[in-house]
Write a protein that binds this ligand. Structure first.
Ligand code: SF4
Length: 295
């Protein structure tokens, strides 16, 4: 599959709706992909900034293999710039600004297989922390190897990617948690998202919900004054409940999580817990499984 177009030495990246036109030798807006010789390549491939053993509930996945653990791995770069990003140290920086070390897909999977051999609660890998889809080729290659070793794969993502990227990854993902920040394009705009981002996120959620081998949960972070209305939450939960493709309202889980001030909104007050609980009640009008987080 080729999803890049190059003309002369400039190149257009089609991995996400931003469609960066990248000058020779330059980086795209996500800081993860560079134009090398007229071809956009994932410069962050195999460059790991974060590695940790996490309970799956922390991803969050509430109803997928509860009690198990995954090795969480992240690189650098993101195609959004949410002003409240809790991982801005790696998501909003490139290779010059953040410490990283090389870890090939083979090395990563060997490490996880070793961990699983020592502790049967370790079931696989989670691609997380920065935005995994801006370096989707690493997710693809490591996921294939993980499956060959009988390990599970988890994707934690903003979901803002070209359909062809999701086409390539969906069969390789055993469980996913995708952010649905809002159903308002203006909210995504406030997160530095390109035009079409919300449509791309919705398409990703629809596709993963319909993917037979992929278990899906969704997260909405509630930011005071930005997406904390009952109407907004009613719309999100109603849309999720209407998704078909083999999954019904009883199957899909929504996490409604509490915001704490970070990065450019470091001074903002946290979401009142009662707001999160109230919005969870609103979501339960449509969904059987709506959980609060960070409360
Ligand atoms: S993934 Fe998106 S932000 Fe990154 S270079 Fe490609 S089009 Fe630009």
């Amino acid at each position: 599959m080729s999803i890049f177009t190059g003309e002369y030495s400039a190149a257009t990246c089609e991995v996400c709706p931003r469609r960066c036109g990248i000058a020779p030798g330059a980086l795209g807006a996500c800081r993860a992909r560079r134009n090398v010789g007229g071809v956009v390549v994932p410069e962050n491939y195999g460059r790991v900034t974060s590695l940790a053993l996490d309970p799956v509930e922390k991803k969050p996945l509430a109803r997928w293999r509860p009690g198990s653990y995954v090795v969480s791995v992240g690189s650098y770069g993101c195609n959004l710039a949410c002003p409240f990003c809790q991982n801005h140290q790696i998501s909003q920086h490139g290779q010059k600004d953040v410490p990283w070390r090389e870890l090939s897909p083979e090395g990563l999977v060997a490490l996880i297989a070793d961990a699983a051999a020592r502790d049967p609660r370790v079931v696989g890998v989670a691609f997380t922390y920065n935005e995994p889809l801006v370096g989707w080729e690493y997710v693809r290659d490591a996921s294939r190897l993980a499956h060959e070793r009988g390990l599970a794969t988890v994707l934690v993502s903003n979901g803002c990617a070209d359909q062809r990227v999701i086409d390539g990854l969906a069969p390789l993902v055993d469980a996913a948690n995708i952010d649905l920040k809002s159903l308002s394009p203006e909210f995504y705009e406030a997160c530095g998202a390109p035009e079409g981002a919300l449509d791309a996120v919705r398409a990703t959620i629809e596709q993963l919900a319909a993917e037979p081998g992929c278990y899906l949960e969704v997260t909405t972070l509630v930011v005071p004054g930005m997406n904390d209305s009952e109407d907004g939450m009613d719309g999100i939960a109603g849309w999720l409940a209407d998704l078909n493709g083999g999954r019904g309202a009883d199957e899909l889980t929504l996490h409604i999580t509490r915001f704490f001030g970070r990065w450019r909104m470091a001074d903002a007050a946290p979401t009142p817990p009662e707001t999160v609980y109230r919005l969870a009640d609103v979501a339960r009008r449509h969904l059987s499984h709506a959980f609060v987080g960070n409360c």
